[in-house]
Design a protein around this ligand. Structure first.
Ligand code: ATP
Length: 609
């Protein structure tokens, strides 16, 4: 069972650690590009001058033009402000052209690094090539490039716009700065203080989301096995825990987002408000109407939008940049089965991920001959509240050590019977007991100790052959594993795979080969009851016979939902399900007594088995 939620980034990492690792190469990278930085600064200075001119132009247009009754001068200054806005376009083009001189070398460098890392990993672990790794890494490189470009753009724009606006305010009247600067500085300080905790909260939220997504993917992929092994409750519990984690981290993140909104309000909106409140005081100090309008223009047109973009960009792109850079600069970590991360350089046996870990099962002592292996008393079961029952008041007793085959037309309820006995489906009424114990209400571990249900779909997982064979008995001796493999007729398959310690990849096996592995696994289990639900349907008749005979020789009871009627002939006793009725007996007895059994046999021999 693999449906546990552990994201690949569940390892705790700190923002300061990332900055320490990224700092020196980043400084070297920027130092080698001084000319590009100087050209970028030059374009940005033009942006400052443009900001300055817009507010200054408005102020002069009002004071020297419109309020002085000189409309032409007013319009002239407004023209200057408008020209400054229009000239913004070539400035932006110049900035973008220089930006490419920073982002493209960064991308090339990271791609080279990503490919080198993947090649090194492939050489260190031949045969364990992750074909998606390069494309995943190059995708992350694009994220770094875009986030980096966004940060340089917004940070640069804010610094130079703020410089232009503050210079403009100073030139209009230094008293304006007394009103505007304190809330601006306070809001910015508050914003800077939120950076580190917000990045940590964002990383935790990202990890929690990844862990939840990982859990959902694993649970969806393993649904059949979760149902077969009865671990729905456990899977649901770990899912609920991960959902609670994700919700808690999102709430923390939301709280920090609220603090950041407050910072934006203090730095961006409060100066406007204070400026309005301080109008009488400013007028008393000789600040002109034009200067006031110019100040509002600086705040509304330049500072507030630049601040908003900066805070949003640093919040989103900055954190994304840190998280992705972190993955480039530290060795990839893999989760260990107990949830703690372990370095990628220490893979499981044969270089493969560790298989799901199961604790050894409690061994059930052989019951006395008087206690039946399986007992059903007046069991009625069906699907859906108003549906007809599939099995109605069924009584059945299977003795310890017996080999029972269940036959019947398709859809009659054979698999339902197997699931009832396995405890993965509950009866509407009646009692199901295995070795004298009521099955209803037992946990997965208890049920696993009582019985093994082998469904038609054989579940094998990536690991070694041994991991797969000993899944239900992790402490099985090598000699026991080899004996089970021999008995089942799986020795040529295991030999082809390279022995029991060779790696096994599900995709390399046919359906029949998967069934052989799973049957050998069931053979090794310590549970005394084996339930095969068409578990040999992909084997040829001879392999099926060999496997069933081996499983019947194993100490304990064997119940086979037959895929071929030859399974019935081999069994000690046969249960024929016929609608809600049932008949049972030996092959000979049923040939005499059951017309349905005769029909099934006749049809089977006519179609050549
Ligand atoms: N999960 C389910 N929900 C609703 N109906 C179901 C479910 N599983 C089985 N059934 C219905 O119950 C009846 C018995 O199904 P079951 O699979 O036990 O029959 P079966 O004899 O094993 O069939 P087959 O030989 O084709 O596998 C069928 O009508 C089937 O459609």
């Amino acid at each position: 069972m693999t449906a546990t939620g552990r994201g690949p980034t569940a390892e705790p990492r700190s923002e300061s650690g990332t900055l320490r690792r990224v700092g020196p190469p980043a400084r070297r990278f920027l130092a080698a590009r001084r000319t590009v930085l100087a050209r970028l600064a030059a374009w940005s200075l033009v942006e400052s001058a443009q900001t300055f001119l817009v507010g200054y132009g408005v102020a002069q247009a009002v004071d020297r033009g419109f309020l002085a009754g000189d409309t032409r001068t007013g319009l002239g200054w407004l023209g200057v402000a408008a020209l400054a806005v229009v000239l913004g376009a070539p400035v932006i083009r110049g900035v973008f052209a220089e930006l490419a001189g920073l982002t493209e070398p960064l991308r090339d460098r990271l791609v080279r690094r990503a490919v080198d890392q993947s090649m090194a990993r492939a050489l260190a672990r031949p045969g364990d090539g992750d074909r998606a790794a390069v494309s995943r890494l190059t995708n992350q490189v694009e994220i770094v490039r875009d986030s980096f470009a966004g940060l340089v753009l917004t940070l640069r724009s804010f610094v130079f716009t703020a410089a232009g606006a503050l210079a403009g305010l100073f030139s209009l009247d230094p008293a304006l700065l007394v009103v505007v600067l304190p809330p601006l500085a306070g809001g910015l300080t508050l914003f800077l203080l939120t950076l580190r905790p917000m990045a940590a909260a964002q990383r935790r939220a990202l990890n929690a989301d990844e862990a939840l997504g990982d859990h959902a993917t694993r649970a969806r992929g393993g649904l059949r096995d979760i149902t077969a092994c009865g671990t729905q409750a456990e899977t649901a519990r770990s899912g609920a825990r991960l959902i609670a984690d994700a919700a808690a981290t999102s709430r923390v993140l939301a709280r920090w987002a609220a603090v950041r909104t407050l910072a934006l309000g203090v730095a961006g909106q409060l100066p406007v408000l204070l400026l309005l409140v301080a109008v009488p005081w400013l007028r008393g100090r000789g600040v002109t109407t034009g200067a006031l309008l110019g100040a509002f223009t600086y705040l509304a047109q330049a500072l507030l939008p630049a601040l908003h973009t900066l805070m949003t960009a640093i919040g989103a792109a900055g954190t994304r940049l840190l998280v992705v850079l972190d993955r480039f600069t530290v060795p990839e970590a893999r989760p260990s089965p107990d949830g703690a991360a372990q370095p990628a350089a220490l893979p499981g046996r044969a270089g493969l991920p560790r298989p799901p870990v199961r604790s050894p099962l409690p061994r059930i002592p052989a019951p006395s001959q008087r206690v039946p292996a399986v007992e059903l008393r007046a069991v009625t079961v069906g699907y859906g509240a108003r549906a007809e029952p599939v099995l109605d008041a069924l009584d059945l007793r299977v003795e310890e050590g017996e080999h029972l085959a269940v036959v019947g037309p398709s859809g009659i309820g054979k698999s339902t019977l197997a699931r009832l006995i396995a405890g993965t489906c509950a009866p509407w009424s009646g009692v199901v007991r295995v070795t004298g114990r009521t099955v209803a209400g037992r946990g997965a571990a208890e049920l696993a100790a009582l019985r093994v249900l082998v469904p038609q779909q054989a579940y094998v997982f990536t690991g070694t052959v041994r991991d797969n064979l000993a899944y239900l008995r992790p402490d099985a001796a090598t000699s026991d594993i080899e004996a089970a493999v021999r008995d089942l007729g799986a020795a040529p398959l295991v030999e082809r795979l390279g022995g029991i310690d060779a790696p096994l990849r599900p995709d390399d096996l046919s359906q029949g080969e998967r069934q052989l592995i799973v049957l050998a696994r069931a053979h090794l289990s310590t549970a005394r009851l084996l339930l095969l639900d068409e578990a040999t349907c992909h084997l040829d008749a001879a392999s099926e016979a060999r496997a069933e005979e081996a499983l019947a020789r194993r100490p304990g009871t064997l119940l086979v939902v037959a895929h071929r009627m030859s399974s019935a002939v081999r069994a000690d006793r046969i249960l024929v399900l016929d609608g809600v009725r049932a008949a049972h007996g030996t092959h000979r007895e049923l040939l005499e007594r059951s017309s349905l059994y005769r029909d099934l046999m006749g049809h089977w021999s006519r179609t050549g088995g």
